[in-house]
Write a protein that binds this ligand. Sequence first.
Ligand code: NDP
Ligand code: TDO
Length: 745
Amino acid sequence: MAIIDLWGGVECSCNRVGEQFFDQLSRNGHWERISDLDLFASLGIKKLRYPVLWEHVAPQSLDTPDWSWSDERLQRLQQLQIDPIVGLVHHGSGPVYTDLSNDNFAPLLAQYARMVAERYPWVTYYTPVNEPLTTARFSCLYGFWYPHQTSDKAFVRALLNQVKGTKLAMQAIREINPAAKLVQTEDLGQTHSTKLLAYQAAFENERRWLSFDLLCGKVTPKHKLWNYLIQNGVEPTELLEFVESPLPPDIFGINHYITSERYLDEHLSIFPLHTHGSNAHHKYADVEAVRVKGVERTGIKNLLQETWQRYQGEIAITEAHLCCTREEQMRWFMEVWGAATELKQAGVNIRAVTAWALLGSYDWNSLLTRNNSHYENGVFDLRMGNKPWSTALVKMLKSLSKTGKYQHDVLQHKGWWDREERYAYWHRDVYISKPTHKPILDKKQRPLLITGATGTLGQAFGRICQDRGLHYHLLTRAEMDIANPESVAAAVARYNPWAIINTAGYVRVDEAEKEPGKCYRENTKGPIVLAEICKAANIQLLTFSSDLVFDGKKATPYVEEDQPNPQNVYGNSKFLAEKEVLRILPEALVIRTSAFFGIGDRDNFVYFALQSFLQGNPFEAVNDIKITATYIPDLIQNSLDLLIDQANGIWHLANSGTFTWAGLAQSIADIALLKDVQIISQPVSSFRLSAYRPHNSVLGSTKSYLMPSVESALQRCIPVIMQTIARERTALEQNLFPAEEKLSG
Ligand SMILES: NC(=O)C1=CN([C@@H]2O[C@H](COP(=O)(O)OP(=O)(O)OC[C@H]3O[C@@H](n4cnc5c(N)ncnc54)[C@H](OP(=O)(O)O)[C@@H]3O)[C@@H](O)[C@H]2O)C=CC1
Ligand SMILES: Cc1cn([C@H]2C[C@H](O)[C@@H](COP(=O)(O)OP(=O)(O)O[C@H]3O[C@@H](C)C(=O)[C@@H](O)[C@H]3O)O2)c(=O)[nH]c1=O
């Protein structure tokens, strides 16, 4: 039985930048999709942080409210027996007739809150204003959001208006529902620093409590920030009003992210420009403490302990979310859940942990100031077809809400925030120079078995599993011949894997026409043997197929449901494997992909083209075949997430964008900024290839749009490939022309 509750929450920020409102509910489609509530209910959540935003209900005036959306949603929540924690403002500055610096903000918010309570008198839990301190910082100290001010005076005024608004709102609500409870949320971190900036860190470590301290009436003339507030335009009466009639939160809502802990350092030279800032006295860099070697992070457990010691009030983690790969998201949530459970067992009044951003969020990487569709998935992933995809976190949360416990092999390993490779900086007072590190993989975890140790995809899988802290064994043919059942059974018995990733195969498409036996052994018999043994051993299987299963007669991109009709031996060997593997093991994941390119692999079209261009040689490319190309790291990152999500069946994963090979060559030249390249564009027939190539093998998908565009992948890899080619050329020249001759050259 779980001793703490699982709550959920929808990322519903509605922040204003200039005259534009950035609205997560329209970005994530939840505004239109009431069925999401059923998905949320299936997680076993007891409460849901849910928006009835002022900017949505009364955007033009409090006299013309539109309750249609919130009526329907709150009614559905009642039917689903989910208790809403209603949020009225979420990183917003209110509708256009007010803003954070306007003294009408608090009274108007209270008026709106009364209207909400009158409309939904049964609602008990409220968060009138989410994270007043964060919003005041982003809007009035850093100027990112409306009203875009950048002074302590404006920051303090914005904070006070929000906290006053919260108090007045709760008082108005309690006139309707005296039992109403305030769940006051705030981002909680810790600021660390060099000795020189310890005063700034101390200030920020006091400031972080201000929302709670004000509501609890703790900001008296003895409070460390009393003078700071007074010097920045607050009247003593405004503060004493809270002291005389405090309105402490019924639940202290802690929002904690891996980036909540900061590190301040005046040695600007070792920090990227975008981290530079200043106060009235010093210029300094402000970075995530987790990236700094020599900084001991306080961590969520100690921060919760501090909150308990400071307020002795009921606490809930109201936002637990990590933007990262699947296993890291699971590790982060389990770390927060574990900390809360241990503290609860130790007598701390912890009520719940909230799985935040259930549907993910958009553009937080630009602090909600740009619409770039930078999406980070949540418990559900919105990049899969027309309904939210249940990631591996769904199974985890269902188990936690029931039993408070959950096991998965990927959880055996530390999260990146506890692994050596996290460091990007070092604490100047602790280290003179950049310390080195070696990633260590913990062998306790049941491994992934990856075939194809000498292959392009296999080796890349090894590198990325290392980075993701996924324990793996990369096996050569000698260690496990996939077409030999004894060899596979022996390897499975020896390593006891939780999944097999089959990157092995026969990929020489033209030669396959001459030696079909070999091709069918590696590409068809091999995967079948793996499927049979995985079935028997109840372990997951991921295997790869190809766009060459199609005949190319379709005019538009091929999707998963399209009927394959391979036109060459290779294509046929992959198609037969797909059919047999899914007949034997329907749970298997079969990923069709195409035309690999990547860093560190010289046997690919991108490398060939760049090499020719840089050598000034003409490059022949086919102009009557349409394909999609696949950047290997993007393929692997998403394949691993799907495997951990236990996705099954056929999935198409290729970077988005349709090209002829000649067109792709031109894009490569454009992105490499190479002007005078010679691309000889000609039909495939001129290449006299022994295996037929379909004229269209573009991979589309009805299941997902996980993969970035080919352009974005080329932009990420071409600079590195060009450096590799340049280095190789220099090495070649040095071998060909030893130094003295070059000088005489
Ligand atoms: N390259 C591409 O553009 C595309 C590839 N694919 C698919 O992706 C997968 C990986 O391709 P890629 O990395 O390019 O291939 P590579 O040719 O680079 O690697 C193939 C690997 O498979 C190993 N192998 C072959 N047969 C066996 C066997 N019986 N037992 C164990 N290992 C074996 C090879 O080992 P050894 O060195 O001993 O021969 C080699 O390590 C293949 O399934 C391929 O069909 C799909 C679409 C596009
Ligand atoms: C090397 C090269 C290829 N091409 C074009 C011609 C031809 O259609 C195509 C053939 O190149 P390749 O032999 O590299 O690729 P091909 O064998 O067609 O590629 C396939 O590999 C297998 C393993 C797959 O599964 C497929 O997805 C696909 O990537 O590329 C050029 O136009 N210019 C060139 O210089």
